[in-house]
Ligand binder design. Structure first.
Ligand code: FAD
Length: 268
């Protein structure tokens, strides 16, 4: 039987994210939180492996207490248990400190055969955590996986979907795998499974429960800092053309040839 850990991050519903113009921080208050959409594919893939090979699936998250909700969602889908790394001492972590803390959580749970992750988080969007986690745990990491062909003889064989084509790759287990959107169709939890999951306790690990160097967690362990978050301004330079339609079109053609892009109501 395989042991699988799925990393699940709680993210704000991105369609509703706003940035505070004064502080440049994300306004999270009142914004509904969801399971990072890519992580749903990772959970589904773990459940399919469970059905195929037999597996124990543990969902692991690092975040505030309310991140327990995403673990309950994973359990409602079919994961066996949820573990939440949550402590004020973990706050303000960049990707390296996040990966370090998650690695400590993985060691506390027990090194699994496979760690499945989403390809990236919808808020941080760096795609750095899984490779950094693999490095911390001394495991191979295969990113952008669009199909798991098989797990056999201590190896995993996958297809990676890249900008320039597809690639088949193989790694020794234990390994970290990040999955693409579309690797599977994500199942919906049933009402009954949601009720059962809601009642299931989530194990919380605080800083005292994991073996960490306090200089490597939170802000202290974060070599990078967010200097500013902002929405890029899109500016349009409008110009109203005079003359007949032919004259206007010839100006447009001239400007296009010179590399300028013109917009005029009724012309483009
Ligand atoms: P990605 O690497 O894009 O995520 C890929 C996958 O890794 C996910 O699909 C998921 O499977 C897994 N994963 C990632 N994070 C988690 C998690 N927490 N739990 C479980 N699985 C996970 N955040 C703050 O709240 N406060 C800060 O002060 C802060 N400072 C930051 C400074 C910098 C320079 C950066 C880049 C980020 C900072 N963040 C901060 C954001 C925080 O570090 C990231 O959200 C976190 O490290 C995950 O990175 P990501 O969102 O890019 O995940």
């Amino acid at each position: 039987m395989l042991n699988i850990i799925v990393l699940v991050k709680q993210v704000p519903n991105t369609s509703e994210v706003k940035i505070d113009p004064e502080t440049n921080n994300l306004i999270r208050e009142g914004i509904p939180s969801i399971v990072n959409p890519y992580d749903l594919y990772a959970i589904e893939e773990a459940l399919r492996l469970k059905e195929q090979y037999g597996a124990k699936v543990t969902a692991l998250s690092m975040g505030p207490g309310m991140a327990a909700d995403v673990l309950k969602e994973a359990i409602a889908m079919g994961a066996d248990k949820g573990v939440l790394l949550s402590d004020y001492a973990f706050r303000g972590a960049d990707t390296l400190a996040t990966a370090y803390t998650l690695a400590a959580g993985v060691k506390e749970i027990g090194i699994p055969d496979l760690i499945l992750c989403g390809k990236q988080a919808a808020d941080g969007d760096t795609a750095q955590v899984p490779p950094e986690l693999a490095e911390q745990l001394g495991m191979a990491c295969i990113t952008y996986v669009s199909k798991i062909y098989e797990i056999n003889d201590g190896k995993i064989v996958v297809r990676r979907n890249l900008d320039y084509g597809d690639m088949e790759a193989e790694a020794d287990l234990p390994a970290v795998i990040t999955v693409q959107k579309g690797i599977n169709d994500v199942r919906l939890p049933t009402l009954e499974s949601m009720v059962v999951a809601a009642a299931q306790p989530i194990k919380t690990l605080t800083v005292k429960d994991v073996d960490v160097d306090e200089n490597k967690i939170s802000i202290a362990g974060s070599p990078t800092k967010v200097v500013k978050i902002f929405s890029p301004k899109t500016e349009r330079r409008g110009r109203v053309l005079e003359g007949s339609l032919e004259e206007q079109l010839s100006v447009v053609m001239e400007q296009l040839q010179e590399g300028e892009f013109l917009v005029k109501e009724g012309v483009m």
